[in-house]
Design a protein around this ligand. Structure first.
Ligand code: PLP
Length: 386
């Protein structure tokens, strides 16, 4: 199998699987219990919290565990807007993940004014537009760190400069950047940041929100005292232990992973450009997560390519996995100005820790004839755009 959909999810790292399986067999205590079998689990949860905090250059009490990256994103938008009832404005971008966009749409229905910052054709936000969109009523600016479909990395530090002049909180959805590039809350200067375990070879169904000390935000779930009363409910202990271990392994293997993935991705990108005519690269050439490669194969339906590749045991995506099947054309590709028929021909390949040179050989052998054969039977005939 050649798995090139690591932005959708990653396989569990064997070290993480090992740690989780040991935990499952040996520990069952409730972290809120005061006797030893509860306390030892609480300590392990806090160890995971410490590992994650240190990696982000935060402190332990600034990390709140959530049920997913999506939950962390919901939490931020709703929690901050609720905490500032006198400020009813939110600024975000047109290419956010549905976890942000759908929450923003929900907030609009409750009377919040949302401004969507447009992007250029590389997927980079328009900073001048953002600057002009800020008003005294802006409670929060939420701009993703790296885009899941294109890999484009946003200038978060510059967003922070604009926001801080006006005392506005800044959130970044770092679900796709964490583990792929340096994610340092101090360097970025953000107040809030979301991450998710299953994008970094950890388990699904656990995420975290960084909340800078002193930041005003309303709780997401009311109940017991867990997660500093911000997100009540008995903790997903197994998920949290796995998340912590995934981050520990990431620190160990991350630098080597990054080098290898970049090299493989570069070979794949170059190979496609050299062997497949009318293959249009989408995204920023430099400022992007290098392991994310998005191409439009003009005159084809991406789904046909995806299915043909799947018959060869090669797995790619036609866009964000979460939105697959849910919309005609990706809102991200639409926002970078691709015509619908070109957007519908786009494939995302995202590399990860377990990809090999052989995987790239396989794709470069199988993909060109698939595209060629499908084009022979395609009724479409679009000329390449500049
Ligand atoms: N934000 C981004 C940028 C993502 O890519 C994803 C998942 O694809 C999410 C949020 C949602 O994370 P989760 O799958 O943990 O809910």
């Amino acid at each position: 199998m050649v798995y090139l959909d690591n932005n959708a999810t990653t396989p569990l790292d064997p070290d993480v699987a090992e740690k989780m399986s040991r935990f499952l067999k040996e520990y069952f205590g409730n972290p809120s219990s005061l006797y030893p079998i509860g306390r030892e689990v609480k300590e392990m949860v806090n160890e995971a919290r410490e590992t994650i905090a240190k990696t982000l250059r935060a402190i332990r009490t600034e990390i709140i565990f959530t049920g997913s990256g999506t939950e962390a994103d919901n939490f931020v938008l709703r929690g901050v807007l609720e905490a500032f009832p006198e400020k009813k404005e939110l600024i975000t971008s047109a290419i956010e993940h549905p976890a942000i966009l759908s929450t923003a749409h929900y907030l609009e229905k409750t009377g919040v004014k949302v401004t969507y910052v447009p992007v250029d054709k590389t997927g980079m936000i328009d900073l001048d537009f953002l600057k002009d969109a800020v008003t005294p009523h802006t409670a929060l600016i939420s701009i993703m760190h790296a885009n899941n479909e294109l890999g484009t990395i946003q200038p978060i530090e510059e967003v922070v400069i604009i926001a801080k002049e006006k005392d506005i909180l800044v959130h970044t959805d770092a679900v796709q950047s964490f583990g792929k590039i340096d994610v340092d809350v101090k360097k970025l200067g953000v107040d809030l940041l979301s991450i998710s375990a299953h994008k970094i070879y950890g388990p699904k169904g656990v995420g975290a929100l960084y909340v800078r000390k002193g930041t005003k935000i309303h709780p997401l779930i009311h109940g017991g005292h867990q997660e500093r009363e911000m997100r009540a409910g008995t903790e997903n202990t197994i998920g949290i232990i796995g998340f912590g271990e995934a981050v520990r392994v990431m620190k160990e293997k991350g630098p080597e992973d990054k080098k290898r993935i970049e090299k493989l991705a570069q070979r794949l990108k170059k190979g496609i450009e050299e062997t497949i005519p009318k293959a249009k690269f989408n995204g920023h050439q430099e400022k992007r997560i290098k392991g994310t490669i998005n191409f439009s194969f003009l005159n084809l339906e991406a789904e046909a390519i995806l299915l043909a590749l799947a018959t060869k045991d090669i797995y790619v995506s036609t866009g964000s996995a979460c939105s697959e099947g849910a919309e005609e054309v990706s809102h991200v590709l639409n926002a970078i100005g691709l015509r619908p028929e070109i957007a519908r021909s786009s494939i995302r390949m995202s590399l990860g820790r377990f990809n090999t040179e052989q995987d790239i050989d396989t794709v470069l052998r199988e993909l060109p004839p698939i595209v060629e054969n499908l084009r022979k039977i395609s009724a479409l005939d679009i000329e390449e755009e500049d």
